[in-house]
Design a protein around this ligand. Sequence first.
Ligand code: FMN
Length: 320
Amino acid sequence: MKYLGLELDNPIIVASSPLTGSVERIARLAEAGAGAVVLKSVFEEQIGNQTAAGQNYYDSPEAADYLYEYVGEEYLDSHLDLIRGARREVGIPVIASINCIGAGTWIDFARRIEDAGADALQLNIALLPTSADKTATETERHYLDIIAAVTENVSLPVTVKLGARFTNIINLCREIYYRGAKGVTLFNRFYEPDIETDTMTFVASDSLSEHSELRNALRWIAMTSAQVDALDIAAATGVHTGDDVVKALLAGARAVEVCTAIYRDGVEVIGAMKRDLSAWMAAHSFDSTDEFRGRLNAKSIDIADREAFERVQYMKFFPR
Ligand SMILES: Cc1cc2nc3c(=O)[nH]c(=O)nc-3n(C[C@H](O)[C@H](O)[C@H](O)COP(=O)(O)O)c2cc1C
């Protein structure tokens, strides 16, 4: 199957995380049957060697890693070594990832990622608006400027991993496509703070997803894939089982990105997902994922079914 123009053996991609942080781990994931891997993100501020003080990066799980380590040129070289090592040791596509804050000097680093042999580049953009003065339009323009700056400067396929909360993700995805990206990942999952009432302090909540979180991605993939069909969509957050892979593909995703399931159940879960996907395809007489991908997206189903994922209020199901 094709994803971002790359040939993948299957649609199960290991998501950006420490799971893909070394050549040994990547080799183990490839052996377990992963279709591709996304490397742990490099942070723009790591590249600039700046401090995190005064910035708003705390919304993503990986930000915490940054806060505990000081990283410079040596870190960048080790990341490029990881790309080269992974490309040498495994046959599956290796997708690099940069956590972007601005369309800045690190574009040079995107070129070095390309030179190191990455098959594609995922931009992990997580801009948390914290000021009432900043409009949604300004924030989205910032996203689009970053994407355009990258796609103008590299020739490898670029995909964008987005958080789940935008006013109109379908429109944003179309604009992202117009800026030259080949795909989007819907959605990234950010750290969410919780409050401990005994100590009256903010604490970090669970960094692993719940199974039910997939449903929000299914809605937006079903809508986006119907209207921006040239964009390759990967489903992320809450893909825990083979059945979830089937759901994501039916909604219109080309691939899925998996992290929590591997942390919880080990690399063997990849094989189990593949087996379940194959068994489901055989039971429905499908030879390839292309035959059923998007079958339940907003273009393919009738109005009555479409209501199920467009409905946001309870009135119909709980009339009294
Ligand atoms: C410990 C940890 C580290 C992560 N680091 C990154 C990262 O560096 N870049 C990124 O884009 N996503 C990162 N993520 C998010 C995952 O790639 C994934 O999108 C998220 O966990 C939702 O998928 P899941 O439900 O399969 O876990 C991280 C997640 C965890 C749990």
